[in-house]
Design a binder for this molecule. Sequence first.
Ligand SMILES: Nc1ncnc2c1ncn2[C@@H]1O[C@H](COP(=O)(O)OP(=O)(O)OP(=O)(O)O)[C@@H](O)[C@H]1O
Ligand SMILES: [Mg+2]
Length: 462
Amino acid sequence: MIPLSLAAVAQITGARPDRVTDPAVTVTGPVVVDSRLAGPGALFAALPGERADGHDFAGAALAAGAVAVLASRPVGGPALITADVPAALGRLARAVVDSLPGLTVAGITGSAGKTTAKDLAAQLVENLGPTVAPHGSFNNEIGHPLTVLRVTTQTRYLVGELSARKAGDITRLCEIAPPLLGVVLCVGHAHEGEFGGIAEVARAKGELPAALPAHGVALLNADDPQVRAMAARTAARVVTFGRDREARVRAEDVRVDGRGRPGFTLVTPDGSARTKLRLFGEHNVTNALAAAALAAELGLRVTALAEGLRGAVPRSRWRMEVTRRADGVTVINDAYNANPESVAAAIRTLSVMAAGRRAFAVLGPMNELGSQSRRRHEDAGGQAARAGVAGLIVVGDAAAPIMTGAKAERSWHGELLGVPDARAAVKALGNLLAPGDVVLVKASRSAGLESVALALTGEAAQ
Ligand SMILES: Nc1ncnc2c1ncn2[C@@H]1O[C@H](COP(=O)(O)OP(=O)(O)OP(=O)(O)O)[C@@H](O)[C@H]1O
Ligand SMILES: [Mg+2]
């Protein structure tokens, strides 16, 4: 981060210094919420967590070299006290952004693919200059300011991931670091229950284009009508990307290889070039086009875009992570998260990758789908059955309608098993799998099904 005195941090955040003996002491960074990451010059932000209260770790952070704690109550050492620590982080991040006129901020939102597109975009934009992008899915009112606070005077680009769980979330994230460029990937059913319906999801994602200035660029997925319609909600110039023939940045002649990795001709106003992804699944073409459209706007030419996409690796774990075991069993760990669109995409990829081999799907619950939940789970079961999986293992009671949906496909005769938890799923798979099989593991984050995939690949759960 850019160095700031404790006096400056207090002034920017409106926090009250407590036990600060020298206000001239400087925070040189990083700003952390995990005391184990604190080191000399750090600022430790104490957050109340679900399992632990950050204030309990203030002493450890200070002992590790943190110069102060941003806290909501005294911690027995130098602290800056404020009622709302995340809001204070947001104000601090905004002040840092405002002090760096040479920094270009881009934001990426959508119901699925944000982290993937962000990781791809960061790897392309890094060719143009020093870039900061979040680790994993740091995309909310805490993760986003923490990412922003990693910028220095050297940083040229910030590629942020912006998530919404309710109306107004994205507007607030855009206030923390006002984006010049904004990408919207898709409007899907993720968190539909919390929003109240798909129209509300679309309205929330549309807060990103709405927040862009007239000299900014709204990058919109031409293949998703609800995203395309957001052109009406922005003052910025609109650039479309997608498979649509009218899209400004588009993919032509998409071909998925036998391992499930898509290649395509990248067409931009600057020319076209053939490229191929290291990521699995045809749905990642959209994420790659979004990344390419963003980097193209920042000045990367088509040959560099195509080459950059060829070299870009998955940076965040458990998203279509493919491991081939010594015995020839292929494990697709897509257990980071699940929603109806990403389950459908993963099942499509499973059947492409299996290509004649036996396919198995281990599916757990998709959360936060509200009144549509049962139907969406049944749909997922139907999709797996129609894809002709040899076996479907459904984990947990909340996912039971997946079994109903699969049973309704009368022409499907695969093995159908309901198991209570991840451990039972691993046990069941032990009896089912044979060399050459392909297994997909997928559920919402809270189901923790990565433990199934990690057990299958012989990695210890983290
Ligand atoms: N365009 C897409 N269509 C359908 N599924 C997708 C698409 N892009 C990514 N996915 C799948 O969605 C899941 C989540 O991907 P990713 O982590 O990139 O999304 P995200 O939007 O960052 O999710 P989160 O909201 O959890 O942060 C993965 O299973 C991935 O394979
Ligand atoms: Mg994410």
